[in-house]
Design a protein around this ligand. Structure first.
Ligand SMILES: *Cc1c(COP(=O)(O)O)cnc(C)c1O
Length: 745
């Protein structure tokens, strides 16, 4: 690295703009990273994911190379503030938690020195850039490559052809070094060769409400899966010959959700067609190679493909899937399964391929991403498979990398931790549980750090959104994708109730607070977009009311992404994690907040349960129905209208949708939101997500938090208990578990 620093010292910066400097400095660092890329190990793990939400590479890579402070110093001597590089936007080749998890996992594996390689797609445009116009979401293409792409290396010599029935495309690999104790590689494939080929890697999640869109999505999934399988089989044949007996001993593949599950059929296709392995052998090799992580129990998110669609562009794959189903039926019959059980687990039934069932049947291990979620998989979604193949099922509670989410996002808190327990906790194999013994000693420092991070956050928000949040406001934050099950709408109603109460003089001792929201809605998700508009309307009302603006503010930040998240998690006091119990598989945002000393105000859902187990119920604020209670409500007939009739505060807040308080511009969206709560919408019962059921305990919890915050030292101790108990939620722990229990690397 001395060579890098010497060359940086020699770098002439005069007259160069930020983008030019970014590219030149990154290129210098990249030379060092490239030299350190590790050769493959004897046994390697591969992570197949349709998303990687990497965030900004610049600061993270310099930190991982161990030169961040030094670079900052050298640049400042040249009159360049390293913070200028924050202008360089994130590479957002992902949507939310699933893609960010993939990025955290690669980071942790590199830090731990484990050979884990990522495979994915190099989208020309990542997740759209969001802005608000009159409170509504607008979407602009995310042209992330306009800043250059100094952190990836095009591997022209390793491109390969991927064949569809109608045309063939070229998959060109781009390697992104993932820097740690070991330098691994994330390989993203770009589709080239013709305008129609290029479409495959043009957009993350093309609109799939048309047949054409669905086909494109299937092509994307096959494209990167097949490119990965092509490489792995070719390398194996070169090194070990064409028998493939030890393929599963040398390669283990983790399927991140169902999107890459088609790789299972592709491996069988390559082995049988190209290497003349028998079908049964090929299927056995596939079974020894693949593992599957489930990320959701929402039925609409479990992928199935119509046979006709698959057959149209991938006829060989369709044949293999049908054949796998026959093999499956035979095995299940031999095990004495009933017709109903066989149908439950079927890979192929009535002209449809069920990708999750394929993954469960062919995977060695199937895992959920938090303890509760894995139990739900075993008892509900995959109950039949669990009865027949209990040995496949295991839990791997998610985690987040403490390097990006604590050391990089919050150097001030990291420094304070160093001050009491030393720096050993920064090692990926160490935790910071020792902090538990030093809570009192750290309290004052922690309060000071939180104030600093809050001021930085408010400055950033002012710069991005043009609104200034007054100093010392208590910060509640709900930042995550916009989805009805995450219940941003419930927070909106709760805020309206607080507003009404403050205005009516019923909440006179309320500590001044801001509610921060950040979320993108899928472009075609009408109700989610209406919720964004509703919250922005509330924001305009509350922030401009002279009677309340000194005690309550609402800010919906635009274009929530990894870089924004880094600022928000560090400056927040209260993390809002309020999904309907049973529906948030894990959550990882909750972990980032915990690590930075926010208390969780949340439901007993996903990893919230484990957060509370580790940090103590008394240090967090749990409210709302549990999974069992939700199930009981469903069984007994839940009536949200009865709640509205009994609770005038709820009724007043919910009625704001339709009583003329706000306008949806004549679109009928607000009436639809209201109707979804009171009469039901689509195929759902009224208030499908139990917002009105949980609203009252939610408001109560928010007020309790506000009161408790009055004793700043006591509240800080609760916050610190969360920091001190968050080591478990480091993805280093998660990856160590995957490596030991599933990958055996
Ligand atoms: C961590 C993260 C998420 C996931 O948040 P959840 O609250 O777990 O849904 C989504 N988007 C970004 C940008 C993130 O950093």
């Amino acid at each position: 690295m001395n060579e890098f620093l010497n060359r940086l010292k020699e770098l002439d910066v005069t007259g160069k703009d930020v983008v030019t400097l970014y590219n030149e400095i990154s290129a210098l660092a990249m030379e060092q990273a490239e030299k350190r890329i590790a050769p493959h190990a004897k046994r390697n793990a591969y992570y197949l994911s349709i998303e990687y939400l990497l965030g900004r590479a610049f600061f993270n890579n310099l930190m991982e190379l161990g030169v961040l402070d030094e670079v900052s110093r050298i640049l400042s001597e040249k009159g360049v503030d390293i913070r200028n590089f924050e202008e360089i936007e994130d590479a957002a080749l992902g949507n939310g938690g699933l893609g960010r998890l993939a990025a955290c996992f690669l980071d942790s594996a590199a830090a731990l020195g484990l050979p884990l390689y990522g495979y994915g797609i190099r989208y020309k445009y990542g997740l759209f850039k969001q802005a608000f116009q009159d409170g509504r979401q607008t979407e602009m293409p995310d042209d992330w490559q306009k800043f250059g792409d100094p952190w990836s290396l095009r591997r022209e010599g390793e491109k390969r052809e991927i064949a569809f029935a109608d045309y063939t495309v070229t998959a060109v690999p781009y390697d992104i070094p993932i820097i740690g104790e070991r330098v691994n590689v994330l390989r993203l494939f770009q589709a080239e060769g013709s305008p129609q080929a290029e479409k495959i890697s043009e957009y993350l999640y093309p609109a799939d409400d048309t047949e054409e869109g669905k086909l494109l999505r299937l092509r994307q999934e096959y494209f990167f899966s097949a490119a990965a399988i092509g490489e792995l089989t070719e390398r194996y044949a070169k090194e070990h010959g064409k028998k493939f007996d030890d393929f599963g001993a040398c390669n283990v593949i983790q399927l991140n959700d169902t999107h890459p599950v088609i790789a299972v059929a592709e491996l069988i296709r390559v082995l049988t067609v190209q290497y003349k392995v028998s079908f049964d052998r090929a299927a056995a090799i596939a079974k020894a190679t693949f593992n599957y992580t489930n990320h959701t129990v929402l039925p609409e998110a479990l992928e199935c493909w119509r046979e006709e669609l698959v057959r149209k562009i991938l006829p060989d794959i369709a044949d293999i899937l049908v054949r796998l189903q026959r093999m499956q039926t035979k095995e299940l019959k031999a095990r004495g399964c009933s017709a109903k059980e066989i149908a439950d687990m079927a890979i192929y039934r009535d002209g449809i391929f069920y990708m999750a069932n394929l993954a469960v049947y062919m995977g060695t291990a199937v895992n959920g991403v938090a303890a509760l979620h894995t139990e739900i998989l075993k008892n509900t979604l995959f109950a039949t498979a669990y009865r027949i193949f209990p040995e496949k099922f295991r839990n791997k509670t998610n985690g987040v990398t403490k390097r990006r989410w604590l050391m990089l996002a919050n150097p001030e808190l990291s420094g304070a931790i160093d001050g009491v327990i030393g720096t050993a906790w920064r090692d990926p194999r160490e935790g910071f549980g020792a902090l538990k013994e030093h809570i009192d000693a750290l309290t004052d420092d922690f309060i000071a750090v939180k104030e600093t991070k809050k001021r930085q956050l408010f400055d950033y928000i002012e710069q991005k959104e043009g609104v200034r949040i007054p100093d010392r406001f208590l910060v509640y934050a709900q930042v995550k994708r916009l989805h009805e099950y995450k219940r941003q709408l419930m927070t909106a109603f709760a805020v309206l109730e607080l507003y009404h109460a403050i205005k009516d003089g019923a909440l006179s001792d309320f500590h001044p607070s801001v509610f921060l929201f950040g979320a993108k809605s899928a472009p075609s998700y009408r109700r989610a977009k209406a919720i964004i508009k509703f919250i922005n309307d509330i924001s305009a009302l509350v922030n401009n009311d002279p009677a309340t603006k000194d005690v309550l503010r609402v800010v919906f930040v635009q274009n929530y992404n990894v870089s924004y998240a880094e600022k928000i998690v560090a400056g927040t006091d209260v993390s809002l994690q309020v999904s309907t119990a049973g529906l948030e598989a894990s959550g990882t945002g909750n972990m980032k907040f915990m690590m930075n000393g926010a208390v969780t105000c949340g439901t007993m859902d996903g990893a919230n349960i484990e957060i509370v187990e580790h940090a103590g119920k008394e240090n967090n604020y749990i409210f709302g129905a549990t999974v069992e209670e939700i199930d009981a409500l469903k069984a007994s007939g839940y009536d949200p209208n009865a709640v509205l009739a009994q609770n005038s505060a709820h009724n007043r807040a919910v009625s704001a949708l339709i009583d003329g308080t706000f306008s949806d511009g004549g679109t009928g969206e607000y009436r639809e939101l209201y109707d979804a709560l009171t009469v039901g919408a689509s195929w759902h019962a009224p208030d499908h997500y139990f917002i009105l059921h949980d609203l009252s305990s939610y408001v109560h919890a928010l007020v309790q938090i506000n009161r408790d915050y009055g004793n700043r030292a006591m509240f800080a101790r609760k916050q610190l208990q969360n920091v001190a108990n968050s080591s478990f939620f480091s993805s280093d722990r998660t990856i160590a578990e995957y490596a030991a229990d599933i990958w055996h690397i």
